[in-house]
Design a protein around this ligand. Structure first.
Ligand code: 5AD
Ligand code: SF4
Length: 466
């Protein structure tokens, strides 16, 4: 058993990255059996779940939507905030109950939560009904763990990784829009964040492998790809091969897939060269998620974010000036340890300055093992909730204002599926990542259509095909 060790993760040395070409030969020995997969957290996890689905389907399992129908349950977990963890353990209660009547049920937990030593200890001690625990660094071993599953709990988690797997296969959720990993892990060590511990050191995939994947997806008819990494603008730095994210973005654009997106950008190291490439190519979408986290320089310093508010503003203005019609969203944390009323006011000030198209807002959550979890904090939770509420009101006001600018305009929408806003409606996204609900039939799915915007709300637009 490899128990995760946060101290090892903290002192991660720069070692040579090993590129491993996956060549798994799986047989459908579980034909007729069913799997239930539940995903928590960010896009990385959503994409990892597409890898898990591939393994399960290669082994012969079919997907079911009802937990009780499953022969194997896989929970792909998240550790970013305490509530993500609570949801997982809550759901495990249901799985445990089911196993009482379904003795052969295989329960598997993977993802970021089990990269935390304390959670693994908790599972070993109090959750013996879980059959397989597998971390983020060795997901490709999952099919073998399932094949060997004997009723004895198997825990296999590595604290760090020097590996990048190539030739990974996915059972993708969509035939229209695809995720592509370009970089794994994170070396930024923002003091509140658990990701550098759960996802390991920053390592980039080779450019030729990424471009090969883009070409394959284009040939399969995909209309959109999203390049994925914790810090896409750090792409290539670890390789020292003379190329960076701007190079990758430009080479990807030249392949000619209609829509290219990327997440997440860190404001640190976001170069003018990157902005110029985004502005130059029509198929690079004018949408940037640029987490700011706080409006106070003091708090940003305590967060180890490596930029000041004046640097963020300069970057923000440059993007707005150079990329026509760009939309910019952000992440903001309130209630970082000892955030003062003045610090919080500075966050409201920067929101008033940037008028973000949207913002994901969070109350600071203590993550064991991070530097911020050890910081003294005198601010009450009630005060933090009040700040969050105030921030959300402001953020929503600007989301609505930015959406209202679309009224009566004609935009191109990539239709991705049916809408939950009523029968005979489909939904999709503008180039600027605005969600649009459209009256129309399912035939529109998978097409880029011209739409007139007839109504604007804080989180979506309504439109009519013209
Ligand atoms: N508490 C609250 N929010 C957090 N995030 C990351 N770690 C924490 C934490 N400990 C937020 C950040 C990040 C987003 C993905 O989640 O805003 O950008
Ligand atoms: Fe977490 Fe900071 Fe890395 Fe983003 S950049 S994943 S917030 S440590």
């Amino acid at each position: 058993m490899n128990k995760p060790d946060l101290c090892v993760a903290k002192n991660r040395e720069k070692v040579d990255i090993k590129y491993i070409n996956l060549d798994l030969n799986l047989k459908p020995v579980f034909k007729g059996k069913k799997y239930f997969l539940r995903t928590y957290g960010c896009q990385m996890n959503v994409h990892d779940s597409e890898e898990i689905k591939y393994y399960l389907e290669q082994l012969g399992f079919n997907s079911v939507d009802v937990l009780e129908d499953a022969d194997i349950v896989v929970l792909n977990t998240c550790a970013i905030r305490e509530n993500a963890k609570d949801k997982v353990f809550g759901y495990l209660g249901r799985c445990k109950h089911l196993k009482k009547t379904k003795k052969d049920l295989i329960i598997c937990v993977c993802g970021c939560l089990v990269q935390q030593p304390s959670e693994v200890e908790e599972i070993i001690k109090n959750h013996k009904y879980i059959d397989i625990v597998i971390g983020t660094h060795n997901l490709s071993e999952l099919p073998y763990k399932i094949l060997q599953c004997s009723g004895k709990q198997e825990v296999d988690v590595y604290s760090n990784s020097d590996k990048v797997f190539e030739n990974v296969k996915y059972s993708r959720d969509s035939k229209i829009s695809a995720w592509i990993n370009i970089q794994l892990g994170c070396d930024k060590f923002c003091t509140y964040c658990i990701v550098p511990f759960t996802r390991g050191r920053e390592r980039s995939r080779k450019i030729e492998e990424i471009l090969k994947e883009v070409k394959e997806l284009k040939e399969k008819g995909y209309l959109e790809i999203t390049l994925l990494g914790q810090n896409v603008n750090a792409y290539g730095k670890d390789l020292n091969l003379g190329y960076d994210f701007a190079t990758l973005l430009e080479e990807t654009a030249k392949i000619g897939i209609p829509r290219i997106r990327f997440v997440t950008s860190h404001p640190w190291n976001f170069t003018e060269k990157m902005i110029d490439v985004i502005a130059k190519y029509e198929n690079i979408m004018p949408y940037i998620h640029l987490p700011i986290q706080s409006g106070s320089d003091e708090i940003l310093k305590k967060m180890n974010r490596r930029y000041t508010i004046s640097e963020y503003k300069k970057l923000f203005d440059s993007i707005k000036n150079k990329v026509p019609n760009v939309s910019i969203t952000t992440d903001i944390i309130v209630g970082f340890p000892n955030e003062t009323e003045e610090d919080f006011q500075k966050t409201l000030d920067i929101v008033n300055y940037c008028k973000f198209d949207g913002a994901y807002t969070f109350i600071f959550s203590k993550r064991v093992g991070t530097v911020a979890s050890l910081m003294e904090d005198k601010i009450s939770f009630e005060e933090k909730e009040k700040r969050l509420h105030k921030l959300n009101e402001l953020v929503n006001k600007y989301s609505l204002e930015s959406n209202q600018k679309y009224l009566n305009k004609i935009v191109e929408v990539l239709v991705i599926g049916t809408s939950d806003r009523g029968d005979n409606k489909v939904c999709g996204y503008t180039d600027t990542m605005k969600l649009v609900n459209i009256v129309g039939s399912k035939d529109l799915i998978g097409k880029i259509v011209k739409v007139k915007i007839i109504d604007a709300k804080s989180f979506s637009l309504d439109g009519e095909v013209i």
